[in-house]
Design a protein around this ligand. Structure first.
Ligand code: MGD
Ligand code: MGD
Ligand code: SF4
Ligand code: MO
Length: 695
């Protein structure tokens, strides 16, 4: 029996894996602080993907995009990739090659992928799917606290609070075992939908505030206003631990509850009540998820929530705080070790000369050979195959033709590449467009570390050998790097050797992993970073001081503004997108699990009955949704508790059922996060749609 952690989300539930009678691994939950012996449906069925009938077990190559793939041996595949990359670099320069990574990769992979881009390829063009995930919250946390660790406290603390406000997070579907921690507190859920989490809040005597999508910033300003006029702010804390309150207040001063109601649709009395409930609690948390973050003003919106938390004296106090609920399995570690366009390991900035010196020293290269910052994820995808953009892309752990905004545009850009190389274990929709597919090992077949939503570094352990013909991501990077002229020991294939190097590269940085060793990981998994050598780990940050030089947290003055796209007569409804319990992300993994695919086989759209009637649609009918960017089809699910002006689609389905055919790639100016949560759409019957086209 092997004890490890789930392949999917940032809760990183612990599980025991054991070979069953037919040799396939079976899953049992294990006890761990985040899941306390629980697993969601995706975790229970996760081992099935290991043996999926269409698993790729041999490299695939085609020299002509219109031809079928041929199975080739590894030397042929890697030689071909290295030769093409070298040719493109010689012709167009090092930035002709792009790398796209993932918050699903282990720390070791994230670290070596960033090093591979900067050292073996010399390219600045690397970014990753975390840009689509919690980048707005990360940017806002940096502004406020001088440091970004999603939850700067253990999840178990949250369960002891009196009140928890969840803004744009639906953990009842996205992290079900987390609901155990949210059973005791009174919940205030901010979500345009009566989500499963909102229902739970009401069942527990809490509140559901249902703003129009894209108006959270106004709502947070309105809550700050309502708290102040009810004399509920923590003046002593504001004076002792923060700076900038007056400028932030100046932005909230006009947001009377009635004015806030006018913009958000949340009744003024609910705003007053919610402000009082949160402010009068002796211990409270404000937590944000993608619903409030994935907007072209996501960073400022999170700043508005943090301002509210600061004004009530929550962050940096035992039993209270602000946290971002990070999403992917390694959403946290994935944003620390240098696969981000502007970053070097240890959460260092790539344009900081001291950071460059330190990391170049560990890598044994000259600092001035390291490239500078590159393009952010969507901008990178949007530049592929253009005159000034990359000609080749290496893809590790993402399926952007399903998950990136304005999917058709991304498909077109990827199709324009001279070379696409995808490392994956299945032929995802993006891998299916590649020239070369490199089959890699899965989570239960290799070891490595992940950093969960609480900044806790934990160990994934191998429970089975990978199938013959499959290599690990680290072996792939090593194989390519050596063919590009790098010494083999610069790209270790042993995860623990990579971890040791990562520790040295991150030492002294904000996200310091120098004390994360195999021994300490075996002793117990309470290694919340920073984990310095010979020092205790840090489960709770900011109790004494925030990470800015003056030790104070900063209010950021933020003003409400409308979403990038307004509804019009042609596109009269708002479409927002998100998740359902039984599928993960682009669905590349979970659509291959029979039980999950049967439970949710196709895209649906949640619609209020009156809105559906106006559009000529009834429950179960196929609808066509059209935005300024494209169309998608989905089956209507009537929801009497839905807002009349808003429809909701999960984004787990591909092709003509992809929600991202609709979405708007308007980017946040700071985080470069796309506006996944607001598109103006038209809804109508899908006249000629036939069943089962997605499967
Ligand atoms: N089942 C499942 N679980 C997952 C994942 C998955 O794909 N499937 N993915 C993982 C990852 S990577 C992530 S990032 C997390 C995401 O976890 P969550 O943030 O919980 O997920 P979402 O469903 O994207 O968004 C949450 C809620 O935001 C609401 N929302 C939409 N627009 C707005 C708005 O303008 N304001 C507010 N306040 N709310 C709005 C939606 O109705 C939705 O209920 O989940 C992780 N867990
Ligand atoms: N409309 C809309 N779009 C969204 C969102 C939304 O809320 N609405 N949410 C966004 C968010 S928060 C996220 S995180 C993204 C996620 O979306 P994607 O980046 O597409 O993530 P996945 O679907 O998890 O893709 C992972 C791919 O990598 C493979 N893979 C998994 N593990 C590994 C590994 O260790 N190595 C390698 N080489 N491959 C691996 C899987 O088989 C799969 O094909 O989607 C974003 N897109
Ligand atoms: S909640 Fe997340 S980590 Fe836990 S079993 Fe489900 S997908 Fe896996
Ligand atoms: Mo995410």
């Amino acid at each position: 029996m092997t004890t490890t952690h789930c392949p999917y989300c940032a809760l990183q539930c612990a599980m025991h894996l054991e070979p069953g009678p037919n040799g396939a691994l079976t899953v049992r939950p294990a006890d761990f602080p985040t899941n306390r012996g629980g697993l969601c449906r995706k975790g229970w069925t996760s081992a099935e993907v290991l043996g999926t009938p269409d698993r790729i077990t041999s490299p695939l190559l085609r020299k002509d995009r219109n031809a079928e793939f041929t199975e080739v041996d590894w030397d042929t595949a890697l030689d071909y990739v290295a030769e093409r990359l070298s040719g493109l670099r010689a012709e167009y320069g090092p930035d002709a090659v792009a790398v796209f990574g993932s918050g699903g990769l282990t720390n070791e992979k994230s670290y070596l992928l960033g090093k591979f881009a900067r050292v073996a390829l010399g390219t600045s063009q690397i970014d990753y799917n975390g840009r689509f995930c919690m980048s707005s919250a990360a940017a806002a946390s940096m502004r406020a606290f001088g440091l970004d660790r999603g939850m700067p406290f253990p999840l178990t603390d949250v369960g002891e609070a009196e009140v928890v406000l969840l803004a744009g997070a639906n953990p009842a579907e996205t992290m079900p075992p987390m609901m155990g921690h949210l059973a005791a507190p009174t919940l205030i859920v901010v979500d345009p939908r009566r989500s499963a989490t909102a229902q739970q809040a009401l069942a527990q005597g809490g509140m559901h505030l249902a703003p129009r999508p894209g108006t959270d910033l106004a709502l947070a300003l309105g809550l700050l206003h309502a708290a102040r006029i009810q004399h509920l702010l923590d003046a002593d804390y504001i004076a002792a631990r923060t700076t900038g309150f007056d400028a932030a207040w100046a932005q909230a001063a006009a947001w009377w509850p009635e004015q806030t109601e006018h913009v958000t649709g949340v009744p003024a009395h609910q705003i007053r009540d919610a402000a009082r409930l949160l402010a009068e609690a002796s211990s409270a948390y404000v937590l944000t998820g993608r619903g409030t973050e994935q907007h072209a003003k996501g960073t400022d919106t999170v700043s508005a929530w943090i301002n509210l938390a600061l004004a009530l004296g929550l962050p940096g106090r035992r039993g209270s705080g602000y946290g971002c609920i990070t999403g992917q399995g390694n959403g946290q570690g994935g944003r620390e070790h240098g696969q981000k366009a502007d970053q070097l390991p240890g959460y260092r900035k790539i344009d900081d000369p001291a950071a460059r010196d330190h990391v170049a020293g560990v890598w044994g290269v000259e600092p001035d050979t390291l490239p500078g910052p590159g393009r952010s994820a969507f901008e990178l995808l949007d530049a592929l195959g253009t005159e000034t953009g990359p000609r080749a892309m290496l893809l590790f752990g993402s399926n952007p033709v399903v998950s990136a905004p304005e999917a058709q545009r991304v498909r077109d850009r990827i199709a324009a590449l001279d070379l696409l190389v995808a490392a994956d274990f299945v032929l995802s929709e993006t891998a299916a467009m590649a020239d070369v597919v490199l089959p890699v090992a899965q989570w239960a077949e290799e070891s490595g570390t992940m950093t969960n939503l609480e900044g806790r570094v934990l160990r994934r352990r191998a429970a089975a050998a990978p199938p013959a013909g499959v290599r690990t991501d680290l072996e792939v990077l090593n194989g390519l790097a050596t063919r590009l002229g790098q010494p083999a020991d610069r790209f270790p294939t042993d995860p623990d050797a990579a971890l040791a190097e990562l520790g040295a590269a991150s030492a002294g940085g904000a996200a310091d992993y120098s004390g994360v060793t195999p021994e300490r990981l075996e002793e117990g998994e309470a290694l919340h970073w920073p984990v310095r050598a010979q020092a205790e780990a840090t489960p709770r940050l900011f109790l004494d001081a925030f990470a800015h030089p003056d030790g104070r947290a900063r209010f950021t003055p933020v003003a409400h503004r409308p979403s990038a796209e307004a509804t019009t007569a042609d596109y009269p409804l708002i479409a927002t997108t998100g998740r359902l319990m039984g599928h993960y992300q682009s669905g590349a993994q979970t659509r291959r699990v029979v039980e999950l695919a049967q439970a949710e086989p196709e895209a649906y759209v949640e619609v209020h009955p009156d809105t559906a009637t106006r559009c000529g649609l009834s429950n179960g009918a196929w609808a066509r949704l059209t935005s300024a960017r494209g169309t998608t089809v989905a089956r209507v699910r009537l929801r009497a508790d839905a807002r009349l002006d808003t429809v909701f689609l999960p984004f787990h389905f591909a092709g003509e059922q992809a929600a991202n055919n609709l979405t708007n790639p308007a980017l946040d100016p700071t985080s470069r996060m796309p506006e996944f949560k607001v598109s103006a759409v038209r809804l109508e019957p899908a006249a000629h749609h036939t069943e089962g086209e997605n499967l």
